[in-house]
Ligand binder design. Structure first.
Ligand code: FAD
Length: 426
């Protein structure tokens, strides 16, 4: 195959047929019109997927397993941390999804028996399925950073799973005296929403500039370069001169341990005592992915990018942040697009049809101040078992655009959030 072209439908289906033959098993129930699909995780991936199943085929028995009554969205949570948005604007319920015929079970999935095709729930009951979709998001690698465990996170919040952690970080910023130091520890890739740490640093700086102008933000980064770097750095120079400092990996920015008792963050080159320590640790797929046997030794879940079928466990599909999706960044935008493609592929597989080859669009908006945003968007398609970026289909905001362009992008960002949350939960 010509390595410079995207694969054709036939190329990919040939590979897919071989790969899925080993894993997929027939779905006898489907012939009787009562196939059962279960989805674990009611975030942007899982909630969208459950809904898409019902919309594709209202006869499907769809169950969404999610312990929380309210979903707290991460996109725009940096605005909430900076006091630019109410926390309530980040919360969504599952009422509309239930009204569309999805059975919403408010439980944590604690076990997956792939052979028996059953999910064990925290209340001791179990739920059978013909196909299972996992969209559990991320869990923190509390073993990866010396000193950073669950207890440390209550003192040095990560705020990388939105909710109580987001509120805690906001409260700490409010309580900090003018002249204090905020330290953001950023892990190496892969991580949920790669540009979000820099958006957070920007919006915290905005809050400090307006309320506590003698404060500083220090980013300790385990990476050298990052997404949309020039756009961020230009904005920092323009909006927050002297307020944000970043120490990159090659300058000694990688955090090696933390000491919560003194709010100290340690790198190979120095110790930093923070007034507010926002420590984002390394991550992995949500714990249930591991329990199900769908995560490999990287901590993430290898999948077939056409069907999202796990490469490790039969009749299980993985979407969202938990899966290994190549060039497709871990984002709400990607999880939402994967969810719809996955539901369509699963229905195709269950009815013996060839799944469509997904072509997924992802967009990522970064707000650095009210009315000032920029973005990155791309189109992604499968090749060689991963998603790659379709050539010529991606775009990043220009580096030297006027403020009107940034203001327009801020409006588009807000419209994007309204649209994606309405499509997922509304
Ligand atoms: P999640 O949305 O985290 O959903 C996972 C769900 O699974 C949770 O509700 C959880 O309770 C549930 N769950 C986990 N385990 C179990 C279990 N055992 N049983 C039952 N349920 C379970 N993305 C963008 O596209 N644009 C942005 O602007 C953006 N901004 C961001 C800003 C920040 C600060 C952060 C941290 C992230 C941002 N993201 C953004 C990324 C986005 O939030 C995630 O990529 C997205 O939420 C992933 O969706 P998901 O369904 O994989 O996981």
């Amino acid at each position: 195959m010509d390595a410079t072209r995207l694969p054709t439908r036939r190329d990919v289906f040939r590979k897919l047929a071989a790969a899925t033959a080993a894993l997929a098993s027939p779905c006898p129930a489907f012939a009787q019109g009562a196939a059962r699909v279960a989805v674990i995780g009611g975030g942007f991936g899982g909630a969208s997927c459950a809904r898409a199943f019902r919309r594709i085929d209202p006869k499907l028995q769809v169950t969404l397993i999610e312990p929380k009554t309210f979903y707290f969205a991460c996109p725009f949570s940096n605005e909430a941390i900076a006091g630019l948005r109410e926390f309530e604007a980040q919360q969504f319920t599952y009422d509309r999804i239930a009204a569309e015929g999805v059975t919403v079970v408010a439980q944590t999935a604690v076990k997956v028996d792939a052979r028996a095709r059953a999910v064990g729930l925290a209340d001791g009951t179990s739920l059978g399925y013909d196909r299972l979709v996992l969209s559990p998001g991320i869990s923190m690698r509390f073993d990866a950073l010396t000193g950073y465990d669950e207890a440390a996170a209550t003192k040095m919040p990560h705020a990388w799973i939105a909710g109580d952690q987001t509120i805690l970080l906001r409260r700490q910023l409010e309580a900090m005296d003018d002249g204090g130091l905020v330290v953001l520890a950023v892990p190496a890739a892969p991580l949920r929403c790669p540009p979000a740490p820099y958006e957070r640093a920007s919006l915290i700086a905005h809050y400090l500039k307006t309320k506590k102008p003698r404060c500083k933000v220090l980013i300790l980064d385990a990476k050298d370069g990052f997404s949309q770097q020039r756009l961020f750095e230009n904005a920092w120079e323009e909006l927050y001169p002297g307020m944000i400092e970043r120490i990159a990996l090659s300058q000694g920015g990688r955090v090696t341990s933390v000491e919560p008792a003194t709010n100290t963050i340690v790198t190979d080159f120095g110790n930093y005592t923070a007034d507010v320590a926002n420590v984002i640790p390394p991550q992995r797929a949500g714990r249930i992915a591991d329990i199900a046997g769908a995560a490999d030794n990287t901590g993430w879940c290898p999948i077939d990018p056409i069907t999202f079928a796990s490469k490790l466990v039969p009749n299980i599909h993985v979407i969202g942040d938990a899966c290994i999706a190549g060039a497709l960044p871990k984002s709400a935008s990607a999880a939402h697009a994967q969810a719809k493609a996955c539901a369509a592929a699963v229905v195709s597989l269950m009815t013996g049809k060839a799944p469509e080859i997904p072509r997924l669009t992802g967009a990522c908006y970064n707000t650095v101040a009210p009315g000032y945003a920029f973005s990155l968007s791309g189109v992604y398609a499968p090749r060689d078992g991963l998603f790659i970026e379709a050539e010529g289909a991606s775009s990043t905001s220009p580096v030297d655009a006027p403020r009107e362009t940034r203001a327009r992008e801020a409006e588009t960002a807000s419209a994007w959030f309204t649209a994606i949350t309405a499509d997922t939960f509304g």
